[in-house]
Write a protein that binds this ligand. Structure first.
Ligand code: MRU
Length: 350
């Protein structure tokens, strides 16, 4: 794994184990860890060593293979039940990003559809599907970047939230890929990077990726976004997504909804960039999305130092939901989709 440019791959299948860059050490240290068991993959996803919707789908897919590769090759029914149990376990690590359950279901579906094959073959099929999901994500992210760059005006000042780059995907990123492609077209004047409280994915990870690609950027605290927009310093906002429902409502990192409200109040385009694997056609609208609640100590402490008094209650949702009416367009590998999302999603992804 080499990290000289932002277009690296943060998840790698070596043929025997999964290698990831442990994102909890960034930007101070570039630490590669090896995941050899399904328990380690669960832990890596839960603790955000690997994070970002498409990346956890990819890691989960390889994780499912790790969990089934040594299973007894007896009867199909027993084998498949075990596959489902491993998938359920992996899926319990983080609930909001649909890419994880989507990837696991895709592998289970393929195994089931080929159930007449020997179990040794089904195991190979599970691995091949994980590899396909990984390779496909790279292609999708590239296409998202190409499609989205068309919406970026010359000399653009773009505001983004959380981390949506190669770290969060198979490669290139989603919102980050749009920035990357627009940069190649020399259209980026500045990227405003929300620090993204409380785990600082913007300050720690997006800056690290932008710096590698030599894209001009400025880090800002999340609550400076309103002031920047008021001063006319932002031309467009673009973020990724963890789950988009049938009607276009979008779950993404906490603070995304505030940005969408602000962008609308200042008449600034607000874009979401995501591959089809993030679109959940089974859910009608955003109120159906489960929002992950994380530990209180992420906000009662700054790093390891306690900053809030003891014995208080704290509210720490990891994501929020942006209603479709605040989203100017959703950038996908199939093009830039404008409302009405339901009708267009049905046509394109139904
Ligand atoms: O909690 P995280 O860091 O996994 O949250 C990630 C995000 O919210 C990203 O914006 C989203 O997954 C899209 S990444 C391409």
């Amino acid at each position: 794994m080499s990290f000289t440019a932002s277009t690296f791959q943060s998840v790698e299948w070596t043929g025997d184990d999964i290698r990831i860059i442990d994102q909890t050490f960034l930007p101070q240290k570039e630490v590669i860890i090896s995941l050899t068991s399904v328990g380690q993959v669960w832990d890596a996803i839960k603790k955000l060593k690997v994070r970002g919707a498409p990346a956890i789908g990819i890691a989960g897919a390889y994780g499912l293979y790790l969990g089934v590769r040594d299973l007894h090759e007896g009867v199909f029914g027993t084998f498949y039940k075990e596959c489902e149990r491993v998938a359920d376990y992996l899926n319990s690590s983080r609930p909001t990003a649909v890419n994880l359950s989507w990837a696991l279901k895709r592998i289970l579906g393929i195994i089931y559809s080929q159930k007449e094959k020997p179990i040794s073959e089904l195991k190979k099929l599970a691995l091949q599907t994980a590899i396909n999901i990984h390779e496909e994500d790279r292609r999708l992210c590239k296409a998202i970047g190409e499609n989205g760059a068309e919406r970026v005006p010359p000399n653009a000042r773009i505001l983004t939230h959380c981390n949506t780059g190669s770290l969060a995907t198979g490669q290139y990123g989603t919102a980050f890929s749009v920035i990357l492609h627009a940069h190649k077209q020399k259209k980026i004047k500045n990227v405003w990077v929300d620090e993204t409280r409380p785990l600082l994915q913007g300050a720690r990870l997006t800056t690290w990726e932008l710096q590698k690609e030599e894209i001009p950027f400025t880090l800002n605290i999340d609550s400076a976004a309103a002031f920047l927009m008021q001063k006319g310093e932002v031309d467009l906002v673009i973020t990724g997504a963890d789950r988009i429902t049938r009607n276009g409502d979008t779950a993404n990192k906490i603070g995304t909804y505030s940005l969408a409200v602000l962008a609308n109040a200042h008449d600034i385009p607000f874009y979401i960039a995501a591959p089809y694997s993030t679109i959940d056609m089974h859910l009608e609208n955003g109120s159906d999305i489960e929002i992950e609640q994380r530990e209180e100590d992420e906000i009662t402490h700054f790093g390891s130092k306690r900053t809030a008094p003891k014995h208080i209650s704290a509210y720490n949702p990891a994501f929020d939901i942006t209603p479709n009416r605040l989203i100017s367009a959703i950038i996908t590998e199939k093009g830039v989709i404008e409302p009405d999302y339901r009708e267009k999603f049905e046509k394109l992804f139904g």
